[in-house]
Structure formats: structure tokens, C-alpha cells
Design a protein around this ligand. Structure first.
Ligand SMILES: [Zn+2]
Ligand SMILES: [Zn+2]
Length: 200
């Protein structure tokens, strides 16, 4: 089963793992795309930087298979989940904090047409590999950036809307819990309520 590299100018953006058992789709342009040159991203990817497209959960779908989530510690003492193919173990995206996180950090190299999403900023360039030359036209930051100042207003609005949607879901779940059992228990008990379509 081969994953064809295709050229597409706009959304949806399709991607998947190396063996083709897990496929996903971004149904809109990402909110932002950056390259992170921090030492943790270098270790996790085994490359010079991580190239992440950030998209809200409501515009991200698993279209084939079921990823396996691996918990990875972060430098700040937090954690994030890395979605991997259970067969070939390709890492396709990260979910920070909890599995009900608002944002998917999609690893752009797993898209069928990764050239469609060049980075709009480079962060943690203080630890970039010395031979990596950041283009002049891409804003770069020595450490992290302030999304409120760097992301387009439209993206900030999308993030706020997705965050509100998550809060509504949590509230609905809280209200539903005492009366009835969870809607659809999963084997792990950690499956999601929405925004995470099952394999079709
Ligand atoms: Zn695979
Ligand atoms: Zn990083």
C-alpha cells in the first residue's frame, strides 16, 4: 500500500503513516505552521527541527485505522501524547496536555503534499543546528513566541472558538455523567467524545 505524494494547493490536506494503515485529514488551512528548533523536538524527531502545522481538533479527522497514543514527557515537566501508527510506528501528530486538547500538532512531513505548508515562523532558534539557515523572510524567535502577537487574527479567533467548543463538551459530559453511563465507552476508557471519528 503506497501513499502517493500529491500536489494540492489548499485544504483538505491528507496525510498518514509510512505503511498506510493510519490516515488523517486536515479539513482546513492550519491555524499556524512553525518549525521548532528546541532540543526536545530535535530528540523526538531525530532531525534538526520539528515542522508542525497546528490545527484545531474540530478540523482534524482520522480517516483510516486507529492511532496508538504514546505519552512523552516534556522539558517543562508536562506531557504530550504522540499519535503513532500501531503497525509501523510513524509519529503523525502530537496532542499537548490531555487527549482532549484543542490543538493537533501535525508533523508536516507526514502529509502527502508537505510542500503545501511551509513554516511561517521559526522558534527556539537559539538551539538550532548551526548549519540550518533560517530564511530572511520567516520571522524567527530565540525561544518561544507569543501566539497572540504572531498568529493571524483569524487563527486566534478559530482557536478561541475551538476552545469554547471543548469547554461546552466538557460541561455536557459533566451534566450527563450522574444520570447515564458514558455514551460510548472504549476499551481504554480514553476515547474521545467527538472530533475523533472512528475508522471508516
Ligand atoms: Zn503505519
Ligand atoms: Zn520544540
Amino acid at each position: 500500500m503506497s501513499t502517493k505524494r500529491q500536489h494540492s494547493a489548499g485544504p483538505p490536506f491528507e496525510g498518514g503513516c509510512a505503511c498506510g494503515k493510519v490516515r488523517y485529514r486536515m479539513t482546513a488551512e492550519p491555524m499556524f505552521v512553525h518549525c521548532c528548533h528546541c532540543t526536545r523536538c530535535q530528540r523526538e524527531t531525530g532531525g534538526p527541527f520539528a515542522h508542525h502545522a497546528m490545527i484545531e481538533f474540530s478540523r482534524f479527522e482520522v480517516t483510516l485505522g486507529e492511532p496508538a497514543f504514546v505519552l512523552v514527557p516534556t522539558d517543562s515537566g508536562g506531557k504530550h501524547w504522540v499519535a503513532r501508527c500501531p503497525a509501523c510506528r510513524t509519529a503523525m501528530w502530537n496532542e499537548h496536555g490531555t487527549r482532549q486538547a484543542v490543538t493537533r500538532y501535525v508533523r508536516v512531513g507526514t502529509l502527502d503534499a508537505p510542500a503545501a505548508l511551509p513554516p511561517r515562523a521559526h522558534i527556539f532558534v537559539r538551539s538550532k543546528q548551526p548549519w540550518v539557515v533560517v530564511p530572511d523572510d520567516a520571522p524567527s524567535f530565540r525561544g518561544y513566541y507569543d501566539a497572540a502577537k504572531t498568529w493571524p487574527a483569524e487563527s486566534l479567533a478559530r482557536y478561541a472558538a475551538a476552545k469554547a467548543l471543548r469547554a461546552e463538551e466538557a460541561e455536557a459530559e459533566r451534566l450527563a455523567k450522574p444520570k447515564t453511563a458514558a455514551k460510548k465507552p472504549t476499551p481504554t476508557g480514553r476515547g474521545s467524545k467527538s472530533g475523533r471519528p472512528r475508522a471508516k
